[in-house]
Write a protein that binds this ligand. Structure first.
Ligand SMILES: [Zn+2]
Length: 332
C-alpha cells in the first residue's frame, strides 16, 4: 500500500475477509487514494500466503502475477482513457465511459471457475463511469454472485451511481486524512517545507494526492494560471478563457474552479475563504456584484456538470459551459 493513512481501515477489512460482502463500494473524496486501497485489498485477497495481519505477502506466485497485471483471477474494469495498455486506433478514441461490452465480459468471467482455487476479484473504477446500460448489466451479475467472486467498486461520486447498484453493495467510506499528517506526507514526497505543504493541502480540500500534484512545479503553475483566468470573471471572453483552461486536464482545473466558487459563497456569507486564502481581496470585490443564492446555485450546477462530465469526451464544451455558468451568476 503506497499511502499510510488508510492502513488501519485496510487491516479492519482484511480481518473480516471470511465474511466479506461480495460487493464493496469503496467511496470517498477524489484524491485520497481509493484506487490504492482497492488494489491493496485485491492483492491481499488473491495472495496465497498472506501475513498474520491479512496483507499480501508480495512474494508468492499470485503476488507476482498481480504486480505484473497478469493474475488470471483478477479483472480491472476501467474506461479505455484510463487504461495505460489501451491502444488507440484511428477509428476509435479511448472512451471515458465503462461500456456494456466490458461488463458483459465480466459476466463471462464470473461464470467460469477460478484458476487458483481462491477468489476472483473484479475492480470497477471509477464505478460512476459506467454508462446507464452498463450499470444495468452489472446489476444482474451483482444479484447472482457466483461463489467466491468479490466486486470492488471505487467511486468518488456515489450519487452518480444508480441507487439499484448502490443498494447491492456494502458501502465502505474512506476518510480524508487529517491535515497535519497529510501535509507532512506532501512535504516529504515533494521535498518542500511543511508550511508550503500545508497551504497545498488547504487548496486541495485535504486530498493529499491532489495536494502533491499542486506542490510540483507544473501543478503550482497550473493552479496560478487557472486562478488568473477566473480572476477575469464575469468580464471574460468565454471561448478564449476556456482555451486557457484546456491547457490543463480537467482533473487539474475543475477542482480550482470548485474551490473558487465555494470560497466566493463563503465570503458572501461573511466567512473567510477556506481553500484560497490568497484570493480573499479579489473574492470580496466580486462578492459585491452577485448574491449568495445565485452562487450557491452555481456551486450545485457545477457539481452536477462535473458528475456528468465523467462520461463526456468533449472537454472544450465542458470548460465553456462551466465558465459561462460562472459569468451568468454575475448578470444583473
Ligand atoms: Zn502473496
Amino acid at each position: 500500500m503506497k499511502y499510510p493513512w488508510h492502513q488501519a481501515e485496510l487491516l479492519r477489512l482484511l480481518a473480516s475477509r471470511d465474511t466479506m460482502h461480495h460487493a464493496l463500494l469503496i467511496e470517498g473524496q477524489p484524491g485520497i487514494g481509493k484506487q490504492d486501497f482497492a488494489l491493496a485489498t485485491a492483492a491481499a485477497l488473491l495472495c496465497e500466503a498472506p501475513g498474520a495481519d491479512g496483507r499480501a505477502c508480495g512474494e508468492c506466485l499470485a503476488c507476482g502475477w498481480f504486480r505484473e497485471g497478469s493474475h488470471p483471477d483478477f479483472r480491472w474494469v476501467r474506461p479505455d482513457a484510463n487504461d495505460p495498455n489501451f491502444e488507440a486506433r484511428k477509428d476509435r478514441k479511448p472512451s471515458r465511459q465503462i461500456r456494456i461490452e466490458q461488463i458483459r465480459a465480466i459476466a463471462g468471467f464470473v461464470n467460469i471457475g477460478t484458476h487458483r482455487a481462491g477468489r476472483k476479484i473484479i475492480l470497477i473504477e471509477p464505478a460512476e463511469a459506467m454508462n446507464p446500460v452498463a450499470a444495468n448489466a452489472l446489476l444482474k451479475t451483482l444479484e447472482e454472485p457466483a461463489g467466491d467472486t468479490v466486486f470492488l467498486l471505487v467511486c468518488g461520486h456515489p450519487d452518480a451511481l444508480p441507487a439499484t447498484v448502490r443498494s447491492r453493495c456494502r458501502r465502505l467510506a474512506l476518510a480524508t486524512p487529517q491535515a497535519a499528517p497529510a501535509a507532512r506526507w506532501v512535504a516529504d514526497q515533494a521535498g518542500i517545507d511543511i508550511d508550503t505543504a500545508a497551504g497545498w493541502i488547504t487548496a486541495a480540500a485535504g486530498a493529499p494526492l491532489h495536494a502533491l500534484r499542486l506542490a510540483e512545479p507544473t501543478g503550482a503553475a497550473a493552479h496560478r494560471d487557472v486562478l488568473a483566468t477566473l480572476a477575469g470573471i464575469p468580464d471574460i471572453e468565454v471561448v478564449e478563457a476556456a482555451a486557457r483552461l484546456l491547457q490543463f486536464d480537467a482533473d487539474t482545473w475543475i477542482p480550482v474552479v470548485r474551490a473558487w466558487v465555494t470560497d466566493l459563497a463563503r465570503v458572501l456569507g461573511g466567512a473567510p475563504p477556506r481553500f484560497l486564502p490568497g484570493e480573499h481581496a479579489r473574492l470580496e470585490a466580486l462578492a459585491t456584484r452577485t448574491r449568495l443564492d445565485r452562487v450557491l446555485r452555481l456551486e450545485a450546477d457545477i457539481a452536477a456538470t462535473v458528475v456528468a462530465s465523467e462520461q463526456s469526451l468533449n472537454q472544450r464544451l465542458l470548460a465553456e459551459g462551466v465558465l459561462l455558468r460562472c459569468c451568468e451568476a454575475f448578470e444583473p
